[in-house]
Design a protein around this ligand. Structure first.
Ligand code: C5P
Length: 298
C-alpha cells in the first residue's frame, strides 16, 4: 500500500452532560456522541519530507487544526516507532470552530491512516495516543455511536443509533467559540448528573427509537449567552417546526428528522433565509472507518 485515504467525520452530541469541575482543570463528562455524514478527507502518502496541507473550507482555521494534525503525526511516530516522511492532505468540509469536532477528527484520522500504513497496533494503543491529543480525539478512533466519560477519553461503544437525518445550522458571524471559554462560562446550575446519558444509552442498547425529549446539553444556557447569533438561528429552525439542539460546545444547532426529504426541504428553506445550513445523516462506524488504498500518484 503506497498511501491511504480516510474519512474524518464530524460529530454531534446527542447528550452532553457536564457533571462538574475536576482538580486537573478539566470537567467530568457524560456524553453520547455520534458521527455524521459531513466529512473531511485525509490523504497520507509517502513523501520526501513531512508536509501538511489544507484545502476546501479553510475559513476560520487558525493554526490549531494544522498543529493538531502535525501533533498526531508526531505521536504516531512514537506509537509505531517509525518516522517515514509523509505528506498529509486534508480536504476540509467541516466548518472550523463549529463544535462539530473537525480538528479532533482530522487528528484521529491521521492516527487511523498511519495505523493502516505502518500498523496495525491494537485499538487501545490508538485510543491512548488519541487521548494525548485532546479530549474528543479517542471518540474519533471508534466513530459511530459512543458514550464517553471522564474528560472524554473513557469510551463505551454502543450499538449504532437508529438512523436519522439532521439539519445542521451554523450561527454565522460569531467570534470563534473557543471550547475552553465555553467550559469557563458554565455555572453550577448547568451541571447535570449523567442520568439522561445513561437513559439514552439504555434506549440504544435495546434498539429503541429516540426523539428530542431524550437529548440534553449542559452548554445550552451558556451558549445562548455567549453566542448572540444562536437565538436567531434557533428561531429559524423552529420555523421548520423543529426543536433546535446545540451540536456540542460551539455555534452549530441541529434538528432531527426521520425523512431525508423533510430535512432537505428544511435546510434549503434556511439557506434561502441566509443560514449556513445542510442536511446530513448519522454515519455508522463501519462507514466512517473505511480506508481506501491509493497509489503514490493517486
Ligand atoms: O482536551 P481539549 O484540548 O480538546 O480541551 C480543550 C479545552 O476544553 C481544555 O483546555 C479545557 O479548558 C476544556 N475541557 C474541559 N473538560 C473537558 C474537555 C475539555 O474543561 N472534559
Amino acid at each position: 500500500m503506497n498511501g491511504v485515504r480516510v474519512l474524518a467525520p464530524a460529530k454531534i452530541n446527542w447528550t452532553l452532560e457536564v457533571l462538574g469541575r475536576r482538580e486537573d482543570g478539566y470537567h467530568e463528562l457524560r456524553s453520547i456522541l455520534q458521527t455524521i455524514g459531513l466529512c473531511d478527507t485525509v490523504t497520507i502518502k509517502p513523501a520526501g519530507e513531512v508536509k501538511v496541507a489544507f484545502s476546501g473550507r479553510v475559513e476560520g482555521l487558525d493554526g490549531l487544526g494544522g498543529n493538531l494534525v502535525q501533533a498526531a503525526y508526531r505521536v504516531a511516530t512514537g506509537v509505531f516507532n517509525r518516522a517515514d516522511a509523509v505528506s498529509i492532505e486534508v480536504i476540509k468540509r467541516i466548518p472550523a470552530a463549529g463544535g462539530l469536532g473537525g480538528g479532533s477528527s482530522d487528528a484521529a484520522a491521521v492516527l487511523r491512516g498511519l495505523n493502516a500504513l505502518w500498523g496495525p497496533v491494537d485499538r487501545w494503543r490508538l485510543r491512548e495516543a488519541a487521548a494525548e491529543l485532546g479530549s474528543d480525539v479517542p471518540f474519533f478512533i471508534e466513530c459511530g455511536t459512543v458514550m464517553v466519560a471522564g474528560r472524554g477519553e473513557e469510551l463505551t461503544i454502543l450499538p449504532e443509533a437508529p438512523r436519522k437525518h439532521l439539519v445542521l445550522a451554523l450561527a454565522r458571524d460569531e467570534t470563534p467559540a473557543k471550547t475552553a471559554r465555553m467550559f469557563a462560562a458554565l455555572q453550577p446550575q448547568d451541571f447535570l448528573d449523567g442520568a439522561q446519558s445513561l437513559a439514552l444509552m439504555l434506549r440504544f442498547n435495546h434498539r429503541l427509537e429516540y426523539d428530542d425529549g431524550h437529548l440534553c446539553n449542559s452548554f445550552e444556557r451558556a451558549g445562548y449567552t455567549q453566542l448572540p447569533h444562536l437565538a436567531k438561528t434557533r428561531d429559524l429552525l423552529h420555523g421548520c417546526g423543529k426543536e433546535a439542539h446545540l451540536a456540542g460546545a460551539g455555534p452549530t444547532l441541529f434538528a432531527i428528522f426521520d425523512e431525508e426529504g423533510d430535512a432537505e426541504t428544511c435546510a434549503s428553506g434556511l439557506r434561502v433565509q441566509g443560514v449556513d445550513a445542510i442536511s446530513v445523516r448519522t454515519l455508522a462506524s463501519i462507514e466512517a472507518l473505511r480506508v481506501e488504498a491509493i497509489q503514490a500518484d493517486g
